[in-house]
Ligand binder design. Structure first.
Ligand code: DAH
Length: 357
Protein backbone atom coordinates (compact mmCIF):
# COMPACT_ATOMS: atom_id res chain seq x y z
CA UNK A 1 0.00 0.00 0.00
CA UNK A 2 1.20 3.51 -0.77
CA UNK A 3 1.35 6.05 2.01
CA UNK A 4 -0.49 9.36 1.48
CA UNK A 5 2.87 11.02 0.81
CA UNK A 6 3.88 8.49 -1.82
CA UNK A 7 0.49 8.96 -3.50
CA UNK A 8 0.91 12.76 -3.43
CA UNK A 9 4.43 12.50 -4.92
CA UNK A 10 3.37 10.08 -7.66
CA UNK A 11 0.30 12.14 -8.65
CA UNK A 12 2.28 15.38 -8.62
CA UNK A 13 5.07 13.93 -10.74
CA UNK A 14 2.47 12.67 -13.23
CA UNK A 15 0.80 16.11 -13.34
CA UNK A 16 4.17 17.79 -13.87
CA UNK A 17 5.01 15.44 -16.72
CA UNK A 18 1.59 16.07 -18.28
CA UNK A 19 1.98 19.89 -18.24
CA UNK A 20 2.76 21.23 -21.69
CA UNK A 21 2.99 24.98 -20.94
CA UNK A 22 4.57 27.06 -18.13
CA UNK A 23 1.02 28.11 -17.26
CA UNK A 24 -0.21 24.54 -16.73
CA UNK A 25 2.91 23.80 -14.72
CA UNK A 26 2.27 26.76 -12.46
CA UNK A 27 -1.26 25.53 -11.80
CA UNK A 28 0.21 22.22 -10.64
CA UNK A 29 2.61 24.06 -8.33
CA UNK A 30 -0.18 26.14 -6.79
CA UNK A 31 -2.31 23.03 -6.29
CA UNK A 32 0.47 21.42 -4.24
CA UNK A 33 2.46 24.20 -2.65
CA UNK A 34 0.17 27.23 -2.88
CA UNK A 35 -1.70 28.67 0.14
CA UNK A 36 -4.35 25.96 0.06
CA UNK A 37 -2.20 23.37 -1.72
CA UNK A 38 -2.20 19.71 -0.72
CA UNK A 39 1.37 19.69 0.65
CA UNK A 40 0.80 22.99 2.44
CA UNK A 41 -2.21 21.47 4.21
CA UNK A 42 -0.12 18.47 5.32
CA UNK A 43 2.56 20.78 6.69
CA UNK A 44 -0.09 22.71 8.62
CA UNK A 45 -1.35 19.46 10.19
CA UNK A 46 2.13 18.88 11.65
CA UNK A 47 1.28 21.33 14.44
CA UNK A 48 -1.17 18.88 15.89
CA UNK A 49 1.23 15.92 15.92
CA UNK A 50 3.36 14.72 18.85
CA UNK A 51 7.05 15.78 18.84
CA UNK A 52 8.19 12.31 17.76
CA UNK A 53 5.61 12.05 15.00
CA UNK A 54 6.43 15.61 13.91
CA UNK A 55 10.15 14.89 13.50
CA UNK A 56 9.57 11.82 11.37
CA UNK A 57 6.64 13.21 9.42
CA UNK A 58 8.37 16.59 8.99
CA UNK A 59 11.47 14.99 7.49
CA UNK A 60 9.31 12.95 5.10
CA UNK A 61 7.31 16.02 4.06
CA UNK A 62 10.51 18.00 3.44
CA UNK A 63 11.90 15.24 1.28
CA UNK A 64 8.75 15.10 -0.83
CA UNK A 65 8.72 18.89 -1.10
CA UNK A 66 12.35 18.88 -2.31
CA UNK A 67 11.62 16.19 -4.88
CA UNK A 68 8.56 18.06 -6.16
CA UNK A 69 10.38 21.42 -6.24
CA UNK A 70 13.22 19.83 -8.22
CA UNK A 71 10.78 18.22 -10.65
CA UNK A 72 8.92 21.54 -11.11
CA UNK A 73 12.18 23.43 -11.80
CA UNK A 74 13.39 20.85 -14.28
CA UNK A 75 10.09 20.82 -16.11
CA UNK A 76 9.90 24.64 -16.23
CA UNK A 77 13.34 24.91 -17.80
CA UNK A 78 12.36 22.23 -20.31
CA UNK A 79 9.11 23.96 -21.23
CA UNK A 80 10.71 27.40 -21.54
CA UNK A 81 13.49 26.03 -23.75
CA UNK A 82 10.94 24.29 -25.97
CA UNK A 83 8.84 27.49 -26.20
CA UNK A 84 11.91 29.52 -27.16
CA UNK A 85 12.98 26.94 -29.72
CA UNK A 86 9.60 26.92 -31.40
CA UNK A 87 9.50 30.74 -31.45
CA UNK A 88 12.97 30.84 -32.96
CA UNK A 89 11.92 28.34 -35.59
CA UNK A 90 8.68 30.18 -36.36
CA UNK A 91 10.20 33.66 -36.41
CA UNK A 92 13.29 32.80 -38.38
CA UNK A 93 13.90 35.41 -41.09
CA UNK A 94 14.09 33.90 -44.55
CA UNK A 95 16.32 36.37 -46.37
CA UNK A 96 15.49 34.73 -49.70
CA UNK A 97 11.83 35.88 -49.52
CA UNK A 98 10.85 39.07 -51.38
CA UNK A 99 9.88 42.00 -49.15
CA UNK A 100 6.15 42.48 -48.52
CA UNK A 101 4.45 44.40 -51.33
CA UNK A 102 5.13 48.13 -51.04
CA UNK A 103 1.89 49.82 -51.99
CA UNK A 104 3.36 53.27 -52.42
CA UNK A 105 5.45 52.39 -55.49
CA UNK A 106 3.95 51.06 -58.72
CA UNK A 107 5.23 50.68 -62.27
CA UNK A 108 3.80 53.25 -64.70
CA UNK A 109 1.74 51.69 -67.51
CA UNK A 110 4.08 53.16 -70.14
CA UNK A 111 7.13 51.53 -68.54
CA UNK A 112 5.21 48.29 -68.12
CA UNK A 113 4.07 48.29 -71.75
CA UNK A 114 7.62 48.88 -72.98
CA UNK A 115 8.83 46.02 -70.75
CA UNK A 116 6.18 43.75 -72.26
CA UNK A 117 7.39 44.68 -75.75
CA UNK A 118 10.99 43.96 -74.75
CA UNK A 119 9.95 40.57 -73.31
CA UNK A 120 8.06 39.48 -76.43
CA UNK A 121 10.57 40.75 -79.00
CA UNK A 122 13.40 39.60 -76.74
CA UNK A 123 12.10 36.05 -77.07
CA UNK A 124 12.36 36.53 -80.86
CA UNK A 125 16.03 37.51 -80.59
CA UNK A 126 15.69 41.30 -80.57
CA UNK A 127 17.84 43.37 -78.23
CA UNK A 128 16.86 46.79 -76.91
CA UNK A 129 18.62 49.77 -78.54
CA UNK A 130 18.60 53.48 -77.80
CA UNK A 131 18.86 56.80 -79.54
CA UNK A 132 19.00 60.37 -78.24
CA UNK A 133 15.89 62.53 -77.77
CA UNK A 134 17.83 65.48 -79.22
CA UNK A 135 18.65 64.27 -82.70
CA UNK A 136 20.13 65.60 -85.94
CA UNK A 137 17.92 66.14 -88.96
CA UNK A 138 20.20 63.63 -90.67
CA UNK A 139 19.30 60.73 -88.33
CA UNK A 140 15.68 61.82 -87.88
CA UNK A 141 14.91 62.59 -91.55
CA UNK A 142 17.55 62.56 -94.31
CA UNK A 143 19.15 59.16 -93.67
CA UNK A 144 15.61 57.75 -93.50
CA UNK A 145 15.04 58.92 -97.05
CA UNK A 146 12.95 61.92 -95.99
CA UNK A 147 14.63 64.74 -97.99
CA UNK A 148 14.45 68.45 -97.09
CA UNK A 149 11.06 69.94 -98.00
CA UNK A 150 9.49 66.49 -98.08
CA UNK A 151 5.92 66.84 -96.75
CA UNK A 152 6.64 64.19 -94.09
CA UNK A 153 8.85 66.72 -92.28
CA UNK A 154 6.00 69.19 -92.03
CA UNK A 155 3.43 66.51 -91.18
CA UNK A 156 5.43 65.56 -88.14
CA UNK A 157 5.14 69.04 -86.53
CA UNK A 158 8.79 69.02 -85.63
CA UNK A 159 10.28 70.92 -82.69
CA UNK A 160 13.50 72.50 -83.99
CA UNK A 161 16.28 73.35 -81.55
CA UNK A 162 19.08 75.94 -81.81
CA UNK A 163 22.55 74.65 -82.68
CA UNK A 164 23.92 71.87 -84.86
CA UNK A 165 25.72 68.51 -84.48
CA UNK A 166 28.15 67.33 -87.18
CA UNK A 167 26.87 70.23 -89.29
CA UNK A 168 23.23 69.09 -89.09
CA UNK A 169 20.40 71.08 -87.45
CA UNK A 170 18.95 69.63 -84.22
CA UNK A 171 15.39 68.51 -83.53
CA UNK A 172 13.53 66.66 -80.79
CA UNK A 173 13.15 63.31 -82.51
CA UNK A 174 9.71 63.00 -84.07
CA UNK A 175 9.81 59.20 -84.06
CA UNK A 176 12.02 56.36 -82.84
CA UNK A 177 13.01 55.57 -86.44
CA UNK A 178 16.35 57.33 -85.82
CA UNK A 179 17.36 54.13 -84.00
CA UNK A 180 17.14 52.26 -87.32
CA UNK A 181 20.01 54.44 -88.53
CA UNK A 182 21.94 54.28 -85.25
CA UNK A 183 21.62 50.46 -85.05
CA UNK A 184 23.00 50.00 -88.57
CA UNK A 185 25.80 52.54 -88.11
CA UNK A 186 26.86 51.13 -84.74
CA UNK A 187 26.30 47.43 -85.41
CA UNK A 188 27.02 44.92 -88.13
CA UNK A 189 24.30 42.96 -89.87
CA UNK A 190 22.67 40.59 -89.13
CA UNK A 191 20.91 42.53 -86.38
CA UNK A 192 17.58 42.67 -84.57
CA UNK A 193 16.85 45.71 -82.43
CA UNK A 194 13.81 47.27 -80.86
CA UNK A 195 13.90 50.79 -79.47
CA UNK A 196 11.20 51.95 -77.07
CA UNK A 197 11.52 55.61 -76.13
CA UNK A 198 10.29 59.20 -76.00
CA UNK A 199 9.25 61.13 -79.12
CA UNK A 200 8.06 64.71 -79.65
CA UNK A 201 5.65 66.56 -81.93
CA UNK A 202 4.02 69.99 -81.65
CA UNK A 203 0.52 68.60 -81.19
CA UNK A 204 -1.78 68.62 -78.17
CA UNK A 205 -5.35 67.35 -77.71
CA UNK A 206 -7.22 64.41 -76.17
CA UNK A 207 -5.39 61.92 -78.40
CA UNK A 208 -2.06 63.75 -78.93
CA UNK A 209 0.58 64.86 -76.49
CA UNK A 210 3.68 66.91 -77.42
CA UNK A 211 5.74 64.18 -75.75
CA UNK A 212 4.74 60.57 -76.28
CA UNK A 213 6.38 57.17 -76.74
CA UNK A 214 7.01 54.87 -79.65
CA UNK A 215 8.63 51.51 -80.07
CA UNK A 216 10.69 50.97 -83.21
CA UNK A 217 11.89 47.65 -84.53
CA UNK A 218 14.42 46.72 -87.19
CA UNK A 219 15.73 43.37 -88.42
CA UNK A 220 18.52 43.09 -90.99
CA UNK A 221 19.58 39.73 -92.38
CA UNK A 222 20.18 37.85 -95.60
CA UNK A 223 17.02 36.80 -97.39
CA UNK A 224 14.51 38.56 -95.15
CA UNK A 225 11.10 38.85 -96.80
CA UNK A 226 7.69 40.35 -96.22
CA UNK A 227 6.73 36.91 -94.86
CA UNK A 228 9.19 37.31 -91.97
CA UNK A 229 7.83 40.78 -91.23
CA UNK A 230 4.26 39.50 -91.19
CA UNK A 231 5.06 36.48 -89.02
CA UNK A 232 7.00 38.59 -86.54
CA UNK A 233 4.27 41.21 -86.14
CA UNK A 234 1.38 38.73 -86.03
CA UNK A 235 3.17 36.80 -83.27
CA UNK A 236 3.92 40.00 -81.40
CA UNK A 237 0.38 41.38 -81.56
CA UNK A 238 -1.23 38.10 -80.48
CA UNK A 239 1.18 37.72 -77.54
CA UNK A 240 0.91 41.37 -76.53
CA UNK A 241 -2.88 41.49 -76.50
CA UNK A 242 -3.15 37.93 -75.17
CA UNK A 243 -5.55 36.91 -77.95
CA UNK A 244 -4.25 33.83 -79.76
CA UNK A 245 -6.50 34.23 -82.80
CA UNK A 246 -6.41 38.04 -83.03
CA UNK A 247 -7.14 38.99 -86.66
CA UNK A 248 -4.25 40.97 -88.18
CA UNK A 249 -4.46 42.76 -91.56
CA UNK A 250 -1.62 44.23 -93.61
CA UNK A 251 -2.66 47.16 -95.79
CA UNK A 252 -0.47 48.82 -98.45
CA UNK A 253 0.69 52.27 -97.41
CA UNK A 254 3.56 54.70 -97.84
CA UNK A 255 6.54 55.60 -95.68
CA UNK A 256 9.68 57.13 -97.19
CA UNK A 257 11.99 54.73 -95.35
CA UNK A 258 10.30 51.45 -96.36
CA UNK A 259 9.43 49.87 -99.69
CA UNK A 260 6.94 48.31 -99.78
CA UNK A 261 5.21 49.89 -96.78
CA UNK A 262 2.24 48.58 -94.85
CA UNK A 263 -0.10 49.75 -92.13
CA UNK A 264 -1.02 46.96 -89.75
CA UNK A 265 -4.60 46.69 -88.47
CA UNK A 266 -6.08 44.43 -85.80
CA UNK A 267 -9.64 43.18 -85.58
CA UNK A 268 -11.98 44.80 -83.06
CA UNK A 269 -15.55 45.74 -82.41
CA UNK A 270 -15.96 49.47 -82.99
CA UNK A 271 -19.16 49.62 -80.93
CA UNK A 272 -17.97 47.81 -77.79
CA UNK A 273 -14.27 48.57 -78.12
CA UNK A 274 -13.50 44.88 -77.64
CA UNK A 275 -10.44 43.54 -79.43
CA UNK A 276 -10.53 40.38 -81.50
CA UNK A 277 -13.88 39.81 -83.21
CA UNK A 278 -16.49 42.30 -84.33
CA UNK A 279 -15.49 42.68 -87.96
CA UNK A 280 -14.00 46.21 -87.71
CA UNK A 281 -10.33 47.13 -88.23
CA UNK A 282 -8.13 49.34 -86.09
CA UNK A 283 -4.84 50.73 -87.36
CA UNK A 284 -2.11 49.88 -84.90
CA UNK A 285 1.34 50.31 -86.44
CA UNK A 286 3.41 51.13 -89.50
CA UNK A 287 5.86 48.74 -91.11
CA UNK A 288 7.69 47.78 -94.25
CA UNK A 289 10.83 46.42 -95.88
CA UNK A 290 13.75 48.76 -95.19
CA UNK A 291 14.26 50.98 -98.28
CA UNK A 292 17.50 50.09 -100.15
CA UNK A 293 18.50 53.75 -99.99
CA UNK A 294 18.25 53.68 -96.16
CA UNK A 295 20.45 50.57 -96.06
CA UNK A 296 22.98 52.25 -98.34
CA UNK A 297 22.93 55.45 -96.23
CA UNK A 298 24.12 53.29 -93.32
CA UNK A 299 26.81 51.44 -95.26
CA UNK A 300 24.77 48.25 -95.58
CA UNK A 301 24.86 46.71 -99.08
CA UNK A 302 21.23 46.26 -100.22
CA UNK A 303 22.26 43.53 -102.69
CA UNK A 304 23.47 41.40 -99.80
CA UNK A 305 21.18 42.40 -96.93
CA UNK A 306 17.43 42.88 -96.58
CA UNK A 307 15.51 44.20 -93.62
CA UNK A 308 12.13 44.97 -92.21
CA UNK A 309 11.14 47.72 -89.81
CA UNK A 310 8.11 48.74 -87.82
CA UNK A 311 7.02 51.47 -85.44
CA UNK A 312 4.12 51.81 -83.04
CA UNK A 313 2.77 54.18 -80.42
CA UNK A 314 3.26 52.88 -76.88
CA UNK A 315 0.41 54.89 -75.32
CA UNK A 316 -1.95 53.82 -78.08
CA UNK A 317 -1.44 50.09 -77.60
CA UNK A 318 -1.40 50.48 -73.79
CA UNK A 319 -4.75 52.30 -73.91
CA UNK A 320 -6.24 49.53 -76.05
CA UNK A 321 -4.84 46.75 -73.90
CA UNK A 322 -5.69 48.23 -70.51
CA UNK A 323 -8.95 49.95 -71.41
CA UNK A 324 -7.93 53.61 -70.96
CA UNK A 325 -10.00 56.20 -72.80
CA UNK A 326 -7.89 59.35 -72.40
CA UNK A 327 -4.23 59.95 -73.22
CA UNK A 328 -3.65 62.89 -70.89
CA UNK A 329 -3.59 61.11 -67.49
CA UNK A 330 -0.44 59.27 -68.58
CA UNK A 331 1.54 62.44 -67.85
CA UNK A 332 -0.48 64.11 -65.08
CA UNK A 333 0.98 62.20 -62.11
CA UNK A 334 -2.47 61.85 -60.52
CA UNK A 335 -1.88 59.33 -57.72
CA UNK A 336 -5.44 57.95 -58.01
CA UNK A 337 -4.98 57.15 -61.70
CA UNK A 338 -1.53 55.69 -61.07
CA UNK A 339 -2.82 53.49 -58.23
CA UNK A 340 -5.57 52.20 -60.50
CA UNK A 341 -3.49 51.56 -63.61
CA UNK A 342 -0.03 51.01 -62.06
CA UNK A 343 1.66 47.61 -61.89
CA UNK A 344 3.13 45.72 -58.95
CA UNK A 345 6.90 46.15 -59.18
CA UNK A 346 7.36 42.71 -57.61
CA UNK A 347 5.43 41.02 -60.41
CA UNK A 348 7.58 41.77 -63.44
CA UNK A 349 6.69 40.79 -66.99
CA UNK A 350 7.02 37.02 -67.38
CA UNK A 351 6.70 35.59 -70.85
CA UNK A 352 5.99 32.05 -69.63
CA UNK A 353 2.81 33.31 -67.94
CA UNK A 354 1.72 35.21 -71.01
CA UNK A 355 2.03 38.95 -70.75
CA UNK A 356 -1.69 39.63 -70.80
CA UNK A 357 -3.01 40.86 -67.39
N1 DAH B 1 8.11 56.39 -87.92
C1 DAH B 1 6.72 56.20 -88.28
C2 DAH B 1 5.87 57.23 -87.59
O1 DAH B 1 6.29 57.81 -86.64
C3 DAH B 1 6.25 54.83 -87.91
C4 DAH B 1 6.89 53.76 -88.74
C5 DAH B 1 6.30 53.35 -89.94
C6 DAH B 1 8.06 53.17 -88.36
C7 DAH B 1 6.87 52.38 -90.71
C8 DAH B 1 8.65 52.18 -89.16
C9 DAH B 1 8.02 51.79 -90.35
O2 DAH B 1 9.78 51.58 -88.81
O3 DAH B 1 8.59 50.81 -91.08
O4 DAH B 1 4.75 57.43 -87.94
Amino acid sequence: MMTDLETLQAETEAAIAASTTPRELDAVRVGIMGKSGRLTAMLKELGRATPDERRERGAALNRVRDVITGALDLRRVGLETAALDSRLAAERIDVTLPPPPEQSGLIHPISRTMEEMAAIFGAMGFSVGEGPDVETTWHNFSALNIPAHHPARAEMDTFYLPGTRNGHPLVLRTHTSNVQIISMLQGEPPLRVIAPGRTYRADHDATHSPMFHQCEGIAIDRGLTLGHLKGCLIDFLRAFFGISNLPVRFRASYFPFTEPSMEVDIGWNRKTGELGGGGDWLEILGSGMVHPRVLANCGVDPREWQGFAFGMGVERVAMLKYGMSDLRPFYESDARWLRHYGFNPLAPVALHEGVAP
